[in-house]
Each structure stands twice: as structure tokens, then as C-alpha cells.
Design a protein around this ligand. Structure first.
Ligand SMILES: Nc1ncnc2c1ncn2[C@@H]1O[C@H](COP(=O)(O)OP(=O)(O)OP(=O)(O)O)[C@@H](O)[C@H]1O
Ligand SMILES: [Mg+2]
Length: 350
């Protein structure tokens, strides 16, 4: 079920009112966008929250979306399940424009959207009813609803028997978020869209959520993850989309996107911390690069980009530094005999 964005622009305030009131929206070819670049953002003359977005979310993708505050991330993902519709352009799911009501109802439940701080949307008197809300809305029979609720609570590691009658409001913040998450999983979506799902969680809860998301992806879900955390995006995603002022700034593999540290810095974004350290080491002359070329000068004909050709994580950077250290002991190693002083325990005179 690929989701295709075709020149999608969205304005919270309509750019022009169609003369014919029955005409719901302006077609792309009829519209004229004033100026070369549309006004953007929440300034008084603001127009486009996102502008001319063109990409395809493929089945099995783990797409990360990054961008500064107000860059349009939340606006963009709400187009993926038809919560809002493009002002210009189209969103196609399985080849059908989801502005079409019939098509939208077919995909209802297939694309699950977890908002930021989803626990704020808990509403039912008990956990069971909250998680069951979506499946019931899909019109599933009670025994099927029951299976959906049990499976979804198990997926988020919550105990069905002890929690089914509990009020969601008496649970801890982390548990509440799990319940909210279960409410989306209970619809058995094939695509899961998460808007900063680990914001505000403690490190252990955060990790268990990220592991759960990675596991759901391994099980076959297509995942879209909006995050400000470049380490998480580099570790989890196969593609990263970066937005700047509502427009597509970069789209590619984490390697491709994070190779452009300076450009990202210019729009207020960083690179994964291990990559940032690798870049600084390279800038200071440490010959990092492709592991096979680790001992040759960092920029060679075969490896003109040096370290930027690969994306480092903590493990790969540690491995490469260790390999460099072992291969060049004279360059940086501290010789044991130089550090041992007379009379020191373990020294030659002990
Ligand atoms: N309901 C709304 N009405 C009017 N303008 C809005 C509305 N929601 C968002 N905007 C504007 O649209 C632009 C994009 O907002 P959006 O919430 O998509 O950004 P974001 O990248 O998700 O930001 P953040 O990282 O802070 O969550 C911003 O200029 C914002 O002020
Ligand atoms: Mg947002």
C-alpha cells in the first residue's frame, strides 16, 4: 500500500476562495501560487504549512521525518491517513486519491496515526473501552474487537487481565502512552505513523518504546517516525526526509542525508552524535574513512569523500578507532613503561 505524495501543498488558511462554492478545492493546474516562493509559517502573511511535497512511502519503509520546529512535519503526516487533504496536489494510496471519500473509508484503520503525547487523547472510563474504540468504530463484531484489544495490549506489554477495568487516568505516564499506542495498534494498521512518540519519556521507557517500534517494523509494518533525535533516525530508518520551512530539504538514506552536516547545521539540525564526532576527528586529520582504507590518507582517489562516505554509529566508530590505534601504536599509544614510576605498585621496583 504505497503512499504517494504528488506535489502536495497545504495551507491552513485557504489561498483563494473558489468562486463556485460547490467546488471543494482548487485543482493544481488551476491554482496560481503568488511569487516564486510561497509565504510560509505562522507570520501574518503566512500561507503554506507544507509546499510541493513529492515522494513515495514504499511498503516496508522505515521513514524518518526531521525538521526544525514548525517545518511542517505534523502537517505532512496528517495527509497520510486523510485527516487533512492537500490544498494543492494529491495523496494516493494504492493508486487512489484519498480525497475521495470511498477510498478514504477503505484505508480507514490501515494507516494508524499516533499523535505526539497520545495519552492526552485517552478518554474512556477503562483501558478496555479506550483500546476498543477504534475496532468498534470499524464495525467489527464483539469477539473480534476483544481479540484486537488483547493482541494490542500484549504488543505494548500491558497485562490484559489486571488492566482491562483500570481507569487509564490512574496509570503512569508511560503506561498511559502504551494504552494510547495500543488503541492505534488495535486497528491492525499496515502503516504506523508516529509523531515524536518518545518525547518526554525517561531513558528506559524511551528505549523500550523504540524497541517496540523497531520490532513492529521487523514484523512487517511500514513505519513513519517524526523525530528531532538524529541518533534514533540514523539507527532505525532506511530513509530520512528533512523539511525546511514546509519544503523538502533532503530525502535519502541516513548515509546520504547525514553526509551533509554543514547544510543541516545551517537549518538548525545536527547529525547523529557518533557521526558528529567522526566529522570532527576527520577535520583534525584523524584518518577515518572506509575501513578498508583506514590506514591510507583520509581523502584518496578511491575514497574522495573520506569519512563522509559512511555513517558512523558508536560501535562502528569505536571499532575503527580501535583498528587505527592498534595499527599505529607509535602514533598515539602510551607505552606502559613510560607511565610506571619508581615505587609504584606493579612497577619494576615493587
Ligand atoms: N491549526 C493550525 N492553524 C494554522 N496554522 C497552523 C496550524 N497548525 C500548524 N500551523 C502552522 O503550520 C506550520 C507547520 O506546523 P507543524 O505543526 O506541521 O510543524 P512541525 O514541524 O510539526 O513542528 P514541531 O516540531 O514544533 O511539532 C507552522 O508554521 C504552524 O504555525
Ligand atoms: Mg509537530
Amino acid at each position: 500500500m504505497p503512499i504517494v505524495f504528488e506535489g502536495v501543498s497545504y495551507s491552513y488558511t485557504a489561498p483563494a476562495k473558489p468562486k463556485d462554492a460547490k467546488k471543494p478545492r482548487i485543482k493544481a493546474k488551476e491554482a496560481s501560487i503568488p511569487g516564486e516562493r510561497p509565504a510560509w509559517g505562522n507570520a501574518p502573511d503566512a500561507l503554506w504549512a507544507i509546499h510541493d511535497i513529492d515522494f513515495t512511502l514504499e511498503d516496508g519503509d522505515f521513514l524518518g521525518i526531521a525538521g526544525h520546529t514548525g517545518s511542517g512535519k505534523s502537517t505532512l503526516i496528517q495527509h497520510m491517513n486523510g485527516l487533512i487533504h492537500p490544498t494543492l496536489g494529491r495523496v494516493l494510496i494504492d493508486g487512489t486519491d484519498i480525497a475521495d471519500k470511498k477510498a478514504a473509508s477503505r484505508i480507514r484503520g490501515k494507516v494508524g496515526l499516533v499523535f505526539q503525547y497520545p495519552e492526552h487523547q485517552l478518554f474512556a472510563a477503562n483501558v478496555y473501552d479506550d483500546v476498543a474504540f477504534g475496532p468498534r468504530n470499524l464495525g467489527l463484531p464483539p469477539d473480534e474487537v476483544d481479540r484486537c484489544v488483547r493482541d494490542a495490549l500484549a504488543q505494548v506489554s500491558l497485562d490484559f487481565d489486571s488492566l482491562r477495568t483500570a481507569s487509564p487516568f490512574e496509570l503512569s505516564g508511560g503506561q498511559q502512552r502504551r494504552v494510547a499506542f495500543a488503541g492505534v495498534l488495535a486497528m491492525r494498521p499496515s502503516t504506523l505513523i508516529l509523531d515524536e512518540p518518545v518525547a518526554g519519556l525517561d531513558p528506559a521507557t524511551r528505549n523500550s518504546f523504540l524497541n517496540l517500534i523497531a520490532e513492529l517494523h521487523r514484523q512487517g509494518l511500514t513505519v513513519v517516525l517524526v523525530s528531532h533525535n538524529m541518533n534514533d533516525l540514523a539507527r532505525l530508518c532506511n530513509r530520512v526526509l528533512v523539511l525546511k520551512e514546509g519544503q523538502q530539504f533532503a530525502l535519502g538514506s541516513p548515509q546520504e542525508v547525514f553526509a551533509h552536516a554543514d547544510e543541516l547545521k545551517a537549518i538548525g539540525l545536527g547529525v547523529p552524535s557518533a557521526q558528529g564526532l567522526a566529522n570532527r576527528l576527520v577535520a583534525q586529520g584523524v584518518p577515518l574513512g572506509d575501513i578498508s582504507a583506514a590506514l591510507s590518507p583520509r581523502r584518496t582517489a578511491a575514497n574522495p569523500e573520506g569519512a563522509t562516505k559512511r555513517l558512523y554509529d558508536i560501535e562502528s566508530l569505536a571499532d575503527e578507532l580501535a583498528a587505527l590505534y592498534k595499527a599505529q601504536p607509535a602514533a598515539g599509544a602510551i607505552q606502559p613503561e613510560e607511565t610506571v614510576h619508581e615505587g609504584q605498585a606493579g612497577g619494576p621496583y615493587a
